[in-house]
Structure formats: C-alpha cells, structure tokens
Design a protein around this ligand. Structure first.
Ligand code: NAI
Length: 462
C-alpha cells in the first residue's frame, strides 16, 4: 500500500493534465488508468485518431476538387484503407507514448488497472489499496445508448468502431447531427461512402449559432452528405448487407426505414462513473449521472474532487484539461479557476467551424442589446487563393459598450482563428480593440479583424 498526496482516477486529458500539474506543484501524485495506454478517449479513440482520418481524407478531397485547377494533373490516388488505419494508429501511439514520457519526467506513478474508491482517502486498484489525501475523479464519458439500437461495433458502431471499420462502407447512416456524426460522416463521405445523417431536431449541431449551422449544413450537403431532419430514430435491425434504421418524422409521425452497410450512433455521451463505488463512498450525484461538485471541484465528501466529462458542462477535452489544472491548484492551496464563459468549441470538418461565447439566439433570449459584425471569407484574399472562400466570421459585441460577447466562424482555420477572440474576451476587449490590432496580410485572421471592423464603421473588403 503506497501513500500519495493525490491520486487521479483516469488518464484522459482531464486526468493526465491534472496529474502533471499536481506533480509540478510538488505533490506526490499517482494516476490510475486501466487502458493499455494513457490519454483516455480523446487520444485513443476520439479527438486524435479522428483528426488523422480527417487529415488524410481532406487531402483526398483536395485532390479531387482542386488539384487540376492549380495545374496539378494526374489521377487521384487510390485509398489503401489498411495504410490509412496504420497512419492513424501511429499518430495515436506517438501521442500516448508522449504522455507516458511526461509521467516519467514528472515522477508520476501510473497505477495500471481500474480504480475504485472503497472509502474517502482510499483508492483500490486490482488487489491493492492505496491511500491519498486527495482523490480526483477524472473518469470521462462513454457513448450514450439509444433505445432499440444494438451496438456491435462492427456494423452498428459508436465513434470507437467508426474509427476502425473493417472496410470503407458503400453507405452509412449517421444517427445524430452533432459533432461526432458530422466529423466522422465527413471522413466517410470523402472516402466515397454515401452518408445519410438522421437528426431528431430541425437543424444540425444544436446549440450552435443558427446562421452558422445553416451555412454549415449547406456546405456539407455540397460535399455529398444527405440530411433527414426532424426524424426520431426508433431502432436498428441487422440486415443481410448491413443494418436497417427505422425512424419517424416528427412533423407527421410517418414511419420510414433506411438501409446502409454501416450505422454510426452519435447521439451524445454520458458520464462514466460505473464501478467507482461512489455510492458506497457517499458521493452525491446530479440527476443526469454526473458527479456533483461545488465551485472548487469538491464533492460533498471531503478530499474527493471531480472534473471533466464526469461533471456538468460541455464534454470537451480542453474544458477537462483546464479543470484538471485548476483542481490541482485548489488542492495545492492556490486559486484554481476556469472561466466557463470563454470555452471555445471546434468542429474539425472542412471548412472548420468554431465558436466561443454567446450566440445571437442566447442573447435574444436574455433580452440583451447587441450588434453583429460579419465578414465573408470570399473577401479574404488568402482564403480565395486556396479555394476556401466559403463561410464567414461573425463577431457579436455589446451594443452599448462594444465589449465582445461571442464569435462564430465557419471557414478555413476557424479552430485556430477563434483563439484570438478567446484571448480578447479574457481581457474584456471591445470589438474596436480587435479592429485596431494590425493583422498580417494575407492571412485568414484578417477576416476576424474585418468582422470587428464591421461592428464599427464597416469592413474594408466587403
Ligand atoms: P452531440 O450532443 O454533439 O449530438 C448528438 C445529436 O444527436 C444531437 O443533434 C441530437 O439532437 C441527436 N439525437 C439525439 N437523439 C436522437 C434520435 N433518437 N434520433 C436522431 N437524432 C438524435 O453528441 P455527439 O456528436 O455524439 O458527441 C458527444 C460529445 O462529444 C459531445 O459533447 C461533443 O461535444 C463531444 N465531441 C467533441 C468533439 C470536438 O470538440 N471536435 C468531437 C467529438 C465529440
């Protein structure tokens, strides 16, 4: 039995970052992880492998769409799915090994196995029980199930199975037009799969700025994705060539069926806390299954904390990382803090979609007076030069004070561009502050500045 200052349960982005920060702050730290590799869902079967497949298929799409226009002649390459999978795996391995290295460097003990909490101050891993002054639950989430849909991870898959299908299916039904459905749907559409996305609501990507969501759907449709909106999936059934998906249109309750070689269930994730023994330890839970915490990540049981997908809030790796650092600081007696008003969200399709802060819809609901500055990438020379003129930047500022309230981008490099606005928001900047900042030409980021100009006297190139 070893004694630690902190034991973090879970080695995903929340957990491993927390462990590193704890060690940096001089705390004797262990991290419990039952997978063969560190990095959790994100590195092993989520953010990172999906980005490898998005990258490979983005290049394929470029060959088909734009190479000839640039005078690059010759046939499109053939796809070696096995090799693409190996590339994806190399990317994953490189990253997971990197975290193992960081653990060694920071002298963090990796307790291999699945952990549980027999009592406050104790963590059981396998047959051994370790003691810790502080325990951080960072156990993440798992795909949510849907009544009537039986996942076999071969034909009917979650995001995990979708990353390593045995072959490229001719057709795929994606259930849920959220982030996972659209990212993975894009991957397969670019590989030639006929992709149909079936979504319960009347718009894709719920919660996203409605104007962006509309433009996004149009662009995805142009890339070949088909959408059935307002459709509640009732269940799936295996067929000779794949599976049938039954759904009802909400507008008239009519029943329909669609068959495909593969089905991706992407209707959200739920916190993963099974087997931790939280009930026995007396830890209070939220009605929707998350661990209940206070403003300092502390549960109702002294010395037990929780972060990331296991607690309330957006299920995003970077939100978990920030909470991991903050809770480490709280444990070390410092002032850990996360600004939940400035957490960016990114969808890594082409074009990328990114947002931070309030949407127009939210501001309307709050009855706040705001102004919008919009700038299309069609007016951005750099974007046009690389055939990325679709999309726009939409900056929202307070009508009276000009303080930036939110930004929504669909276009090239959106996932990186958004951070200039995040920093501005952290500093309480006005749209004019952004507009008065010199931006290098020609860059995509000029579109952000132009949107800021559009909040004032007007953009130059629109
Ligand atoms: P999501 O919550 O983003 O989207 C789920 C979609 O399924 C919603 O549009 C919902 O209306 C729809 N839906 C629910 N029930 C349905 C039914 N019976 N029939 C048809 N449609 C139905 O969930 P998703 O895409 O599974 O992602 C899970 C989590 O992982 C999210 O919190 C997401 O933010 C996170 N994630 C983030 C990524 C990123 O930041 N790039 C990438 C992948 C996942």
């Amino acid at each position: 039995m070893a004694e630690f200052d902190v034991i973090v349960i879970g080695g995903g982005p929340g957990g491993y970052v927390c462990a590193i920060r704890c060690a940096q702050l001089g705390l004797k730290t262990a991290c419990v992880e039952g997978r063969e590799t560190l990095g959790g869902t994100c590195l092993n079967v989520g953010c990172i492998p999906s980005k490898a497949l998005l990258n490979a298929t983005h290049h394929l799409h470029e060959v088909h769409e734009n190479f000839e226009k640039m005078g690059l002649m010759g046939g499109a390459p053939t796809v070696d799915w096995g090799k693409m999978q190996a590339y994806k795996q190399d990317v994953v391995t490189g990253n997971t090994k990197g975290i193992e290295f960081l653990f060694k460097k920071n002298k963090i003990t990796w307790l291999k196995g699945w952990g549980s909490i027999p009592a406050a101050g104790q963590v059981k891993v396998g047959d051994e029980t370790h003691s810790a002054k502080h325990i951080v639950i960072a156990t993440g989430s798992e795909p949510a199930s849907l009544p009537g849909v039986t996942v076999d991870e071969e034909v009917v898959v979650t995001s995990t199975g979708a990353l390593s299908l045995g072959n490229i299916p001719k057709s795929m039904v994606v259930i849920g037009a959220g982030v996972i459905g659209l990212e993975m749907g894009s991957v397969y559409a670019r590989l030639g799969t006929e992709v149909t996305v079936v979504e319960y609501l009347d718009a894709i990507t719920p919660g996203m700025d409605a104007e962006v969501a509309k433009a996004f759907q149009k662009l995805l449709a142009k890339q070949g994705l088909k959408f059935v909106l307002g459709a509640a999936v009732q269940g799936t059934e295996r067929s000779a060539t794949g599976a049938k998906v039954a759904y009802k249109l909400r507008k008239d309750d009519s029943a329909h069926e669609i068959e495909a070689e593969a089905v991706l269930l992407a209707t959200g994730r739920r916190p993963y806390t099974a087997g931790l023994g939280l009930e026995g330890a007396g830890v209070q839970m939220e009605p929707r299954g998350q661990v209940q915490i206070d403003g300092h990540f502390q549960t109702n049981v002294k010395g037990i904390y929780a972060i990331g997908d296991a607690v309330v809030g957006p299920m995003l790796a970077h939100k978990a990382e920030d909470e991991g650092m903050a809770v480490a600081e709280v444990i070390a007696g410092k002032h850990g803090h996360v600004n939940y008003d400035v957490i960016p969200g990114v969808i890594y399709t082409t074009p990328e979609v990114a947002s931070v802060g309030k949407t127009e819809e939210q501001l309307k609901a709050e009855g706040r007076a705001y102004k919008v500055g919009k700038f299309p990438f069609m007016g951005n020379a750099r974007a046009k030069a690389v055939f990325q003129g679709d999309g726009f930047v939409k900056l929202i500022a307070d009508k009276a004070t000009d303080r930036i309230l939110g930004c929504h981008i669909i276009g090239p490099g959106a996932g990186d561009l958004i951070h200039e606005v995040c920093v501005a928001m952290e500093f309480g900047a006005s749209a004019q502050d952004l507009a008065l900042t010199c931006h290098a030409h020609p860059t995509y980021s000029e579109a952000v500045r132009e949107a800021a100009l559009a909040c004032g006297d007007g953009a130059i190139h629109a």
